[in-house]
Every structure is written in structure tokens, then in C-alpha cells.
Design a protein around this ligand. Sequence first.
Ligand SMILES: [Cu+2]
Length: 364
Amino acid sequence: MLTASKALMGVTISALLIAAPASAADENIDALPRQKVTLVAPPFVHPHEQATTSGPKVIEFTMRVEDKPVVIDDQGTTLQAMTFNGSIPGPLMVVHQDDYVELTLINPETNTMAHNVDFHAATGALGGGALTLISPGEQVKLRFKATRTGTFVYHCAPGGAMIPWHVVSGMSGAIMVLPRKGLSNEKGEPIKYDKVFYIGENDFYIPRDEKDKYKTFGSHGESYPDTLKVMNGLIPTHVVFNGRVGSLTGKSALKAKVGETVLIVHSQANRDTRPHLIGGHGDYVWEEGKFANPPAKDLETWFIRGGSAGAALYTFRQPGIYAYLNHNLIEAVNLGATAHFQVEGTWNDDLMKQVAPPGPIATD
Ligand SMILES: [Cu+2]
């Protein structure tokens, strides 16, 4: 049986010990205003203020865990996925520094496994993982203070070998903790975005049959032994943005206009990656995603460490289709890690012009 109960015994016992009666902190926090936020599926992000003049709040989020098969490419390859809120990655949460994140996590009865959430933005109790482990049919409420600004991964971490399996089955997302005065550049001057997109990159490990075809399994438990073998080989079969090959290309391309400033939050919970915008740049990039550090400027490619989320800001200057990809080009083109931006506007000949079209080689 594939439960992590033995591995988790220590964690669940400590969780019981940590659960404490109302404290002085509770009373102070109870006096704060509350705001309920409905999360939206990536690449989109729930409405939020960038700079805020209000004081700290308690921001309430709810996420349901959905264990379900998900098709991850155009060939119909099916992952026995585990998801936060039904999407891969889970939704991006946005709060401000010193806000309190109050998450209700629901594990419906229809699921078969225990899940939890470890917030890299949180302090203590395995990022909240020790306080949120719930079986199917349970829910739990966690509150943490967003003390540090930046973009941070959250992921399921139910103990032992369940941790990497749940993560590479889709259970990760990100939270962005904005400075209360909003983002600023290296001089401390305010900078704003017109749009924000959240791209979560995933490495998937789908087993193959004797004929080299991807196997389909009837359940998570059935898929686990073969999947573990592929996982432990450390060579992913798919490296994708937002849950499947082509999720952000063609008709699903991300839309922008010339002159618009776009913030791209990019997370990878398990493996390193190196985003690149073909034909564009990172005007300002928080490679490690932490806004207390000045952003790097004019980057061509940036590095997102496995287990982190970074943020890149770019103002589009030319119309057209831009590929935004993992610049391991094998992973981008052959394994799936490519998105498209479709940018409307007027072409600027000063920045680029085809001076002579393709033609025969001149002979003079
Ligand atoms: Cu899980």
C-alpha cells in the first residue's frame, strides 16, 4: 500500500503537539481586516494591488487538492497527476509583506492520498507541511505571516518518497509577496507591471512499455513503481510549462501589446531551468525572486534554481510572436518547455529591419 503513514508518523505527532490554544498573537491578528481572495488558474493571476497604502490584512485563500489523470502532450500521454486546485502548477497567490496568509486546504474524499503544503515563504513547521497533512475527506487551515518579500514556491511534501513523487506529479505552485510600496528598481524607484503571468515548469517522468510507448495507468498507486524507476534515472520524459506541451502556445499564447510591461513569475519546484525570451530581454530580473535584492538588468537568460521561483519584468518594444522558453533547447523544443507571447503593435524599423529580403547570392 502506498501511503506514507510510516514515514509521516513523526511529523503528524509533532503536528499534534504544535496545535495550541488561542494566543496573544491570535488576538492581535483577529483585529486585522480580512480579505477573501478567489484563486485563478495559471498563467493568470487574481486581481491585486501592486503598491498598497493599507495596513497588514489576513488574506484568506482556499485550495482543493485534485488527484486526477491529466493529458500532458498532443499524443495523449497521460500523467496520474496530483494538483493544487486542479491546475499544474497550482495558482499564484499574491499578498504584501506582513500580511497573514490564511489557507484552507481541502483534500476531498474522492482522492486516495494524504497531502499537505510546504510554503517556502513561511517560517517554521516544515514551511507549514507539518501542520497541514490531511487525509482524503479532511480539510485544514494554516496561517502564516509573509515576513519576506519575493516569489516563493509552495509544494506538497507529505514525507519520505511521497515528496518527490507528489512534486513531479504536479503538486507545486508559487506565492508572490510584494513589498507594501510595490516593486522598485536598483535605485529604489518604483516600477509597475501592466500584466503578470505565472509560468510553472514541470519535469515529468512517464514510464514506457516494451514497445517504447508511454504507459497509461488506472490509478496513482498502479503508476508508482514504474514511475519511481524513471524518476530515479533523473531524465525527464517531458519538461513543460503549465502542465502540458503547448499549454501556452498557438491559441493559448500569452497576449501583450507594444509598450506594455509584463511581469513573468517562473517557478520550478524540482529542477533547474534557464528562461529566455527570444527577441526580447529581462529588463529587470529577480533571478532568485527576492525583492529585497536589487534586480539584475538587461539579462539575456536567467537561472531559476530547482525549488525556487524567479521574476522577470520586460516592456515589449516590437510586435510579433516571441518564444519564451527554457534555453536548454532540447528541453524547450523536444520535451515541451516553450511558451509564446503574441504581441500587438507597430513595428519599429529603428530597432530592426530586413534591409534586403532573401534572394540569390549577388555576383558582381
Ligand atoms: Cu501531495
